[in-house]
Design a binder for this molecule. Structure first.
Ligand SMILES: [Zn+2]
Ligand SMILES: [Zn+2]
Length: 141
């Protein structure tokens, strides 16, 4: 089974995840936009127990953006490293930080909030798929 390592920009923090992500996609929500300072956020999710902090635990700071939702970054370089999304029961370890993971998004979530529509043929969920506690409704591109 593969293990992937996510490294922050300065290398002080390393996070390992075991096995392939259970999902990869693109989130358009306002929180992710503010957090990533970007029009969208590319995510890769694993069950939280698949993640371990391999290096620099004392360099990690985190912000509780909503109940049971913890967004963590490296105190040295400011790079965002992971987001424990408690209500969804997953951790998003940012695929942009994992060199040997090919980012292959399968869906878009929170598309109702989009500021950057994307015509890529992938399903566009209004909020989240039903398996993740969302409405399961999709929207036109
Ligand atoms: Zn760093
Ligand atoms: Zn989001």
């Amino acid at each position: 089974m593969s293990t992937y390592t996510a490294k922050c920009m300065c290398g002080a923090v390393e996070v390992e995840v075991e096995g392939d992500p259970v999902g990869m996609g693109i989130c358009h929500c306002k929180d992710c936009r503010a957090w990533s300072a970007s029009p969208v956020n590319g995510f890769a999710i694993w069950p939280p127990e698949k993640m371990t902090i391999a290096k620099g635990e004392d360099q990690i700071e985190s912000y509780t953006s909503s109940e049971d939702s913890h967004r963590a970054w490296c105190k040295k370089c400011g790079a965002h490293v992971y987001h424990i999304a408690g209500p969804l029961g997953v951790v998003d370890v940012y695929p942009a930080l994992i060199e040997d993971l090919v980012f292959t998004p399968g869906l878009h979530v929170n598309y109702e909030s989009t500021v950057m529509p994307m015509k890529d043929g992938l399903p566009k969920f209004k909020d989240f798929p039903a398996e993740l506690g969302g409405s399961g409704e999709t929207m036109p591109e």
